[in-house]
Structure formats: C-alpha cells, structure tokens
Design a binder for this molecule. Structure first.
Ligand SMILES: [Zn+2]
Length: 242
C-alpha cells in the first residue's frame, strides 16, 4: 500500500460510508463475495461501469473472475499465473487460494522500449491483461512481449474497450475532437480504442483467438444480480500461443 496515512484513513472512512449506504442484498460481488443494495453507479464511481463499494471491482473484473474461477483454476497445466495490475482483493484471494502468481511492476511494459529487464520467456500458463491495452499508443511491442512470456499452449486473457460501432481501431486519441467522436466509449487516459476487427488484430500478432462473452453464458439472472451487462468492456479475448 503506497497511500500515506491520512489518505489511508480517508479511504477507509469513505469505504465505511459507502458500505453503509449500499447495504442490502439486491446485487452481489463475486470478487469479494459481498451483497449490496446496489453497486456504485457511474455518477458516483467516476467510471462507466458499476463498481463494488467494498473491493472496487467493476463489471469487467466480475465477469473475468467468474471465468477464471469456473474455467481455469484447478485445471491441468494452468498453474503459473502472471497478472498485470490486480486489485488488492484479487491479490488477497490469489494468496488465499495459494496460486503461483507473479505480478509485474507497473512500469514493466512501458520500460520495455528502453531496454528494461525482461521476465523469463516461455514460462507462464495464464497471463491476465485486463483493461491495460487501451492505455498504450502502439500495441505491437506489448502483444509480442505477452506472447513471448507464454509457454506454447499458454493463454493470455485480454479485456479492453471494443467499440462495436467501429470496424477498425482508433489510434493516438489525443484531442477533444477525438474524444467527442468516440463519445460513450471513451474513458479517461485511453490512447487506443479497438473496433470490431480486434480479434483479427490479435490473430495477426500470432495468437489463436476466441472471443468469450462469459456473462451471456452465465445467463440473465447472473447478469442482473452481478451487474455484468456491458459486453463492450467485458468480453474476454482468450489468446493462445500456438
Ligand atoms: Zn467486491
């Protein structure tokens, strides 16, 4: 935890207030396994998604965690994890489940271009790269590095914002004009927004790609109870290294 103590206190105070405000059992977070009256709506959470007032999970993370728990954990040859920027709740849960997980430094990928140290290649069974890719201007180096880190047959699970109204990606988002054009799909700080050809784009980077809308597989009841509706942020691109 890098927060200083007054921020830390404020965080827990706000968290306590939110927990009180959202006390109830209409919706549930599968990441911290708690129930609430509702999730934090976009207006309060400064996010486009519905956020858990206890652990901060959003729709994309809840869908991803369902997928990982149901389809990956405990499966043969799926033991060595590399997880980019996990939330503190995810870190805690992985530790409790005794999962062999490496968590790279936040600057690992940005430093690659300047000849930074590299992790061991051909090693990981599963890499989790959720809502990271859109903050890079060029993804060629990033995708090549993810592929290098995987063992043959290993998978990287990618989530990002995929705008179904665009065929191709929109790169180098920088002006207000760009942001206006991307409207409801734009999120603060993003540099690239992907379009409907995202799967093909990943295939060109050397992966066997499967786009998984796991919320849909879980069904309407789960979509409402766990708030998983935003498929443009939730879809999991399972990219296998052949
Ligand atoms: Zn939660």
């Amino acid at each position: 935890m890098t927060m200083n103590s007054s921020l830390y206190k404020r965080y827990f105070l706000e968290r306590g207030i939110f927990q009180l405000l959202f006390k109830g059992n209409k919706v549930r977070c599968n990441v911290c396994v708690s129930s609430f009256r509702s999730f934090l709506p976009a207006t309060i959470s400064q996010s486009k998604s519905f956020v858990c007032s206890s652990c901060g999970s959003d729709d994309a993370l809840r869908a991803l965690w369902f997928y990982i728990k149901n389809e990956i954990l405990g499966k043969k040859n799926k033991n060595k994890f590399l997880w980019f920027s996990p939330t503190s709740q995810i870190r805690k849960t992985l530790k409790r489940l005794d999962i062999d997980v490496s968590i790279p430094d936040a600057h690992y990928l940005p430093k690659l271009d300047n000849g930074g140290d590299k992790l061991q290649g051909g090693y990981f069974d599963v890499i989790v790269f959720s809502h990271e890719l859109q903050y890079f201007e060029e993804d060629e180096t990033i995708l090549a590095e993810l592929r290098r880190l995987l063992r043959t047959g290993g998978v990287v699970l990618i989530q990002t914002i995929v705008n179904p109204e665009m065929d191709r990606s929109y790169e180098q988002i920088s002006t207000d004009d760009d942001r206006d054009r991307l409207r409801k799909y734009y999120e603060k700080g993003m540099r690239t927004m992907y379009g409907a050809n995202f799967g093909k784009h990943l295939a060109r980077a050397g992966f066997e790609v499967e786009a998984i809308n796991y919320a849909e597989r879980l069904g309407e009841g789960a979509i409402t109870y766990y708030k998983l509706a935003q498929s443009y942020r939730n879809t999991i691109y399972k990219c296998k290294k052949p």
